[in-house]
Write a protein that binds this ligand. Structure first.
Ligand SMILES: Cc1cc2nc3c(=O)[nH]c(=O)nc-3n(C[C@H](O)[C@H](O)[C@H](O)COP(=O)(O)OP(=O)(O)OC[C@H]3O[C@@H](n4cnc5c(N)ncnc54)[C@H](O)[C@@H]3O)c2cc1C
Length: 481
């Protein structure tokens, strides 16, 4: 950041009407208005944000006008799409009070282009709406996660979201052909091209994706569509260990190729938490296994995928890589399997984690990470409970630590920093990352400072200073002090 830049200011009584006026009725929410308060909260209710007002533009032109005005006045802007981010990127609790710029009224699917394998959606379209628009055109938009009914295109790209099909289709970054974005001075980057190849210098799209609102405000994007799968095989398999899960994944991919679209590891604690809040829930697997995987394999219609997958899986049972299992024989059974996976975050929230982590390590290090991180947590307090689950096909685990039975989250406040450090150090030592898919936001800035590559951090600061010299875009997010 340019240290000569003037500091950001608190919006004054003249600023708010000047910003809100052009948006017309319903275009802004003030403190005390119905619906204002929800913008100050995030899914885990760990932080409460602050905002002078919530601005709700409907067009890219309106976003550009707001950003230019805030830049001229030195007012900080926090962009928000669905508000489901898990690292407090959309919540500001320190520094000059900002305005929140919500993209949720930019909800147009501007074009569906099946012939280009693409779709153009505005930043406020929810992920489920994008999936539905793709399906209506006989195509697949493969980004998928438990928050898909609430998170939106702008937030998905700003966080470079992952989810459950990265193994086959990649992250949000890999699913985006172009973006339209408002830069910090209010200029508009018109990058909505449905091109698969475009080597014309620096790729602004890739700079904006994953920048968590610190470099520009994404207003629309060209998203990649894929052939819709004709056949889907979903199974839940008990595995003897995380090492067996990784071996099972490799064996499946060797035998079925790219058809393996999802491969989720679920430790025994997740189903146990779910049972606590959903006592009528029936576990599809008997015997409460310590480890299980949820596998999804897709392929074209009429290619005999189900028979082939059954034969392959039977062989893997014989090899001892799986101990028990069930393949979904109906859409209802498939939904029930995914319900289990997607209800784990909700159950975690109800229990209340001491510390949550979203790490990645090379696939080969998954078993070592689980063992070593578990040992490190036990050394801090052997009564702490770990719920480990995640997108193991991507080397991405959510390794969340919960209070010892009969104790509360607050009881463990003194050890929280040690728990987090132990887990992040383990991931780092094994060549991993302290943030696999959720981003840095405000939660992980200190971790980025500690574990980030110095040359990368210097480049990040230089890029931020060049593209947002007044530091108005999501101040205090991502870049360490
Ligand atoms: C139950 C649950 C399950 C989840 N599962 C997953 C998962 O499997 N994988 C995963 O990756 N994440 C997951 N998440 C996290 C979250 O859903 C994703 O990070 C999502 O991409 C955030 O989108 P959003 O629209 O809610 O963004 P927001 O929360 O609104 O914003 C997130 C960040 O992006 C910035 N931002 C928002 N909109 C824009 C914009 N238009 N332009 C520029 N910056 C912007 C914000 O300032 C903030 O820094 C989960 C969250 C929940 C609650």
């Amino acid at each position: 950041m340019d240290m000569t830049a003037r500091p950001l200011i608190e919006p004054g009584p003249d600023d708010i009407p000047a910003l809100a006026g052009p948006l017309g009725p319903g275009g802004a929410l003030m403190p005390g208005d119905d619906g204002f308060e929800r913008y100050l909260h995030e899914p885990r209710d760990r932080w409460r944000g602050r905002a002078a007002c919530v601005l709700r533009p409907r067009t890219t032109g309106e976003v550009a006008g707001l950003v230019a005005a805030c830049n001229a006045r030195r007012i900080g802007i926090v962009p928000v799409s669905g508000g489901t981010g898990l690292v407090a990127g959309q919540i500001i609790d320190k520094g000059a009070t900002p305005v929140i710029l919500s993209l949720e009224r930019m909800t147009r699917i501007r074009a569906v282009l099946p012939e280009d394998g693409a779709l153009i959606a505005e930043a406020g379209v929810t992920l489920s709406e994008v999936q539905a628009a793709a399906a209506a055109a006989g195509r697949l938009y493969p980004l998928s996660m438990a928050s898909e009914g609430a998170c939106r295109v702008g937030g998905n790209l700003a966080t470079n979201a992952g989810g459950v099909q990265v193994l086959r289709y990649g992250n949000a970054r890999d699913l985006c052909l172009g973006v339209e974005a408002v830069m910090a001075d209010g200029s508009v980057h018109h990058g909505l091209k449905a091109l698969r190849k475009d080597n014309t210098g620096y790729d602004l799209r890739h700079l904006l994706i994953g920048s968590e609102g610190t470099l520009g405000i994404i207003t629309a994007a060209v998203l990649k569509l894929f052939p819709a799968p004709g056949e889907v095989v979903t199974g839940m398999l008990a595995v003897p260990s995380p090492a067996a899960a990784v071996a099972l994944l490799h064996a499946l991919r060797d035998r079925l190729g790219d058809g393996v679209t999802a491969f989720e590891l679920i430790g025994g604690q997740g189903p146990a938490f779910i049972q606590r809040f959903h006592p009528d829930w029936h576990d599809p697997l008997a015997g409460k296994p310590d480890w299980r995987v949820l596998v999804e394999i897709t392929g074209p219609a009429d290619a005999g995928l189900a028979e082939r997958a059954e034969t392959v899986l039977a062989g893997l049972f014989e090899e001892g890589l799986a101990e028990d299992g069930i393949l979904a024989s109906s859409g209802q059974q498939r939904d029930a399997m995914w319900w289990l996976r997607e209800t784990i975050p909700e159950a975690n929230r109800k229990v209340g984690a001491v510390s949550s982590h979203d790490i990645s390590v090379p696939l080969s290090s998954i078993p070592a990470f689980i063992e070593e991180a578990g040992r490190a947590v036990a050394a801090i307090d052997p009564a702490l409970t770990v719920n480990c689950f995640g997108h193991v096909g991507d080397g991405n685990l959510h390794f969340n630590v919960f209070p010892a039975p009969g104790r509360s989250r607050a009881d463990h406040d003194p050890v929280r920093p040690a728990v987090k450090t132990a887990i992040h150090e383990t991931a780092h030592r094994l060549g991993g990352s302290i943030s696999a898919e959720h981003g840095i936001g405000r939660l992980k800035r200190a971790d980025l400072a500690k574990f980030g590559d110095p040359a990368k951090l210097a480049a990040m600061r230089a890029i931020k200073a060049a593209l947002d010299p007044n530091g108005i875009l999501n101040p205090g997010a991502v870049i360490p002090d």
